[in-house]
Write a protein that binds this ligand. Structure first.
Ligand code: NAG
Ligand code: NAG
Length: 699
């Protein structure tokens, strides 16, 4: 019996010696040039000195043993060591962790100075990646004097709290590295903003880039992923008078390691490492899509990721600048159609499945019911919207917003059960309801379409009859692009009152007229026919695009004319018509020499090159054909008709559409069949065009 005990103690002692490397005692130190490190007991994390990337500086940090290049914490991020003589030890005098340089000067300390000689301080690296400092003589040695989890760098590990603690006065947040070679504090931070209700806020300096939306008891209102996949990671948000934090912990029997890192380009990445793998993969990142960008649609706008356009105004709101709204984007935001005042009767419209507006000017009452919330918002003149602050079953609470509503988006996924109630005047609600009903009716009853077209025609007639009054409006809405606005009367005069004799041709969206301005300038006027709702969208598209483009081989837009429902594009007039006029008839094709043809092909290619690569935007034309190549008096080709063009942004290389538009014969098979298009689709069309020019035969 006794021998067995003896053996056990011996075994225990050996174990203790062999596996004591996770603990640093007061008579040990970690020295860079000795290559000593501290490993957590399961060998998951390691603490030691390192140089990031190409840097020659030395830093003390913690990394994954399996992937040593992934640093999760840095002690001296703003105070690097210039040589390999750094030393980490526990100071007997001040009972804290200190990092000394080659001159034995403290360049970093845990800042947990405490007096008392009878202390037995040790530092321990836990398997969570937390470096802790504790007093072994203390009754409660599991209570930490200090822990690295309270001082995050750019990474949140499972079990690490982000947020605020009133007892210690700590506010824990992530700060990005400056660059891959430099762990010092970069420009981006990610913190838990807790103005009564927590939300994650990613900022560059003081400018908000992205926010998760308010915690509604189930998830952050602007992040859908966090609950849909809750068998992998458990998220906790706790809020009380002592602390308020956000924590993520791996679910039981998790097969991977996870971390949240704010990388130095300001992107928050959730990364996972499968068991036995050494390759981290991205689970998700934020901001990810345009609607994630803070305030993407301006004040009182709403972002719809599948919408066309993406930005819209909230119900009861109208663009601040009509012109900008129509033509470009919504950066100026929206305003109420009828401003709030205390005289009108008000009601609410519900917007379902949203990310709630930012908490700029708001009030939170956790004890109110939704009915009380509504009543309270109704009573206060400046209350503009309200919502439940807690969407868990049987709970409610009340969030009220005053003034503008910023950073609202809508989710298309079912089960996003966060609703927002917007205050509108009773008459406004009635009219939006009518509008809605009309919308549905339009789909069912074709007759009503005809009716509304008649109304439109009437409106148009009125507009033509009263051009002077409209001139004022046209000037008012000309705010955001430098494109000259023409007056309807002016265009009308130039085209002989849109005389049929002036028609140059009829495009997909309406007739094109030749015109002569009073200045003598010859113009081509593309008048959008009002028959199709689609036409309006393509018009916006065309103005938006072409206003930003300038190239010798693209047709120049001189201006536009937007009056009421009437929309026109004013182009330079090209006397030689379009390419198809020349190449498909033997007699006329002899008018063009081979040299001319060659120059035309090169010109088209240059124009296309500009659209695809050289302009500020990457543009896919989608309807390149002989009929859309215009020729000027020198036979210089000019690509025209951008009604179907699409902008590709960032790294987008290919996309699909359900609405395949373009011209058969010029469309690539994958586009015509599956709707997949990219710059290659235009190249395909270009190839067809090239063959047509060479052969003189229509495809
Ligand atoms: C930051 O994260 C994004 C998204 O995961 C990634 O595309 C980007 O390359 C990362 N940047 C750096 C510098 O690691
Ligand atoms: C409306 O609510 C705001 C914010 O709580 C408050 O400052 C204001 O006095 C209230 N106005 C009225 C008329 O109750």
């Amino acid at each position: 019996m006794e021998i067995r005990y003896l053996f056990f103690f011996f075994f225990y002692a050996v174990m203790k010696i062999c596996f004591a490397t996770n603990t640093l005692t007061s008579y040990q130190s970690i020295i860079d040039h000795d290559n000593t490190t501290l490993s957590s007991s399961e060998n998951i994390f390691e603490l030691g000195f390192f140089s990031p990337g190409d840097s020659k500086y030395r830093y003390l940090g913690i990394w994954y043993k399996r992937t040593p290049d992934v640093i999760v914490w840095v002690a001296n991020r703003n105070n690097p060591l210039a040589d390999y003589f750094g030393e980490l030890r526990i100071s007997n005098k001040s009972n804290q962790l200190v990092l000394l340089n080659s001159s034995k000067i403290i360049i970093w300390s845990s800042n947990s100075w405490s007096e008392g000689t009878e202390k037995n301080i040790v530092a321990q690296l836990l398997d969570s990646g937390n470096l802790v400092l504790k007093d072994m003589n203390s009754m409660n040695s599991e209570q930490y004097l200090w822990q690295s989890f309270d001082f995050p760098t750019d990474t949140q590990l499972p079990g690490m709290k982000l947020g605020w603690d009133s007892k210690s006065g700590l506010n824990r947040y992530l700060t990005s590295w400056k660059s891959a070679d430099n762990p010092s504090e970069g420009g981006f931070t990610y913190r838990m903003a807790t103005y009564g209700i927590p939300q994650g806020v990613l900022a560059e300096g003081s400018i908000i880039k992205f926010r998760t939306g308010e915690w509604n008891g189930v998830r952050f209102s602007g992040v859908q992923l966090l609950t849909s996949n809750n068998n992998t990671l458990n998220f906790t948000v706790s809020i009380n008078e002592n602390e308020s934090y956000y924590l993520c912990e791996p679910a039981a029997n998790l097969r991977f390691t996870a971390r949240l890192t704010l990388n130095h380009s300001g992107i928050l990445e959730r990364l996972v490492l499968e068991d036995r793998s050494t390759q981290w993969s991205i689970m998700y990142s934020r901001p990810y899509e345009p609607c994630d960008t803070y305030g993407y649609c301006g004040v009182n706008g709403i972002c719809k990721i599948n919408g066309d356009p993406i930005c819209d105004c909230l119900e009861g709101f109208t663009p601040r600048s009509q012109r900008c709204w129509d033509v470009l984007n919504l950066s100026k935001g929206c305003k109420r159609k009828t401003p709030l005042n205390c005289q009108t009767k008000y009601g609410f419209v519900k917007v379902a499945g949203v990310k709630l507006p930012n908490l700029l000017n708001f009030r939170l009452d956790k004890n109110m019911s939704l009915e009380e919330c509504e009543l309270s918002c109704l009573k206060n003149c400046s209350c503009s919207a309200y919502a439940r602050s807690d969407i868990r079953h049987g709970r409610s609470g009340c969030l009220m917003w005053f003034d503008n509503l910023i950073d609202v988006r809508v989710f298309s996924v079912k089960g996003s059960d966060q609703d927002l109630y917007i205050k509108l005047s009773a008459s406004e609600i009635k009219s939006t309801r009518v509008a809605k009903r009309r919308k549905t009716l339009k789909v069912i009853v074709i007759g009503s379409v005809i009716t509304s077209l008649c109304v439109l025609a009437l409106v148009l007639w009125c507009i033509i009859q009263r051009p002077r009054k409209l001139k004022v409006r046209a000037q008012r809405i000309d705010e955001c692009i430098k494109l000259p606005l023409f007056d309807l009367a002016e265009i009308s005069a130039a085209t002989n009152n849109f005389s049929p004799e002036n028609i140059l041709g009829v495009g997909g969206f309406g007739p094109v007229y030749k015109g002569n301005l009073s200045t003598g300038l010859e113009i081509a006027v593309k008048r959008l026919s009002k028959e199709s709702q689609q036409g309006a969208k393509e018009f916006k598209n065309e103005v938006d695009l072409i206003a930003k483009l300038q190239h010798k081989n693209l047709v120049a837009l001189l201006g536009c004319c937007i009056q009421g429902d009437d929309r026109m594009l004013i182009y330079e007039y090209l006397p030689n018509k379009s390419l198809d006029y020349f190449i498909f008839e033997r007699q006329k094709s002899s008018w063009i020499s081979w040299e001319n043809s060659f120059d035309i092909v090169i010109g088209i290619a240059k124009g296309l090159m500009y659209l695809h690569h050289d302009s500020k935007l990457q543009i896919i034309h989608r309807d390149l054909k002989a009929g859309n190549i215009l020729l000027d008096s020198n036979m210089t080709p000019k690509i025209s008709d951008f009604g179907l063009a699409r902008i590709f942004e960032g790294d987008e290389r290919e996309t699909t559409t359900r609405r395949v538009v373009g011209t058969y014969g010029y469309m690539s098979p994958e586009y015509a069949v599956d709707g997949i298009f990219s710059v290659k689709s235009d190249v395909f069309s270009f190839g067809v065009l090239l063959l047509e020019i060479v052969s003189g035969e229509k495809n």
